[in-house]
Design a protein. Structure first.
Length: 163
């Protein structure tokens, strides 16, 4: 028997004012695009904006449905859009923010991408052969930067497991 440990490093910024200008711009865009979420059921408005390796910006918001499981998260809406508009172009950085109307519009803690989105992001990294840098934030407060989604999904399942 042996025990292994998995550790990963991420950066914590006290506020978006501490970010490099390019990252701050992405965070501000992600916060702004939360206004375009379609979230009448959860009242949890999520916005994501990504900078691609070709310099293009792509955005996504959550799109809910009266049949709840049909809804899509902002991250997957963004990646599906990028896959069509900029096929095979890697995503350099994705900023994700949210506006929680259940908490009076407050969102001080960085958003946490759901498990399904982590899996989707992980496959996007694989197919474009490039890590996706994630910037997680709310409308204000701390900002986390994570260098690859693989860190958020240890022991993940991918195409190599089916070879
Ligand atoms: N949601 C996202 O769009 N991204 C996340 O990272 C977390 C959750 C959405 C799904 C659903 O529309 C709403 O937020 C509440 O779960």
């Amino acid at each position: 028997m042996r025990t292994e440990e998995i550790k990963f490093e991420y950066q914590i910024f006290t506020s978006s004012d501490e970010l490099a200008p390019e990252d701050k711009t992405l965070v501000e865009a992600a916060r702004a695009i939360t206004a375009k979420a379609y979230a009448p059921y959860s009242q949890f408005h999520v916005g994501a904006v990504a900078l691609l390796n070709n310099g293009a910006l792509v955005s996504g918001t959550n799109q809910e449905n009266a049949s709840y499981p049909v809804g899509n998260c902002a991250e997957r809406v963004l990646l599906a859009t990028a896959a069509v508009l900029h096929t095979n172009v890697p995503v350099k950085t994705m900023a994700i923010s949210y506006h929680n109307m259940n908490a009076g519009g407050k969102s001080h803690k960085p958003v946490s991408p759901c498990g399904m989105c982590r899996q989707y992001l992980r496959e996007y990294e694989e197919r474009t052969k490039h890590p996706i840098r994630l910037i997680l934030t709310g409308m204000d407060g701390e900002v986390f930067i994570i260098n690859s989604v693989k860190q958020l999904l240890p022991f993940s399942f991918g195409s190599e497991d089916m070879a």
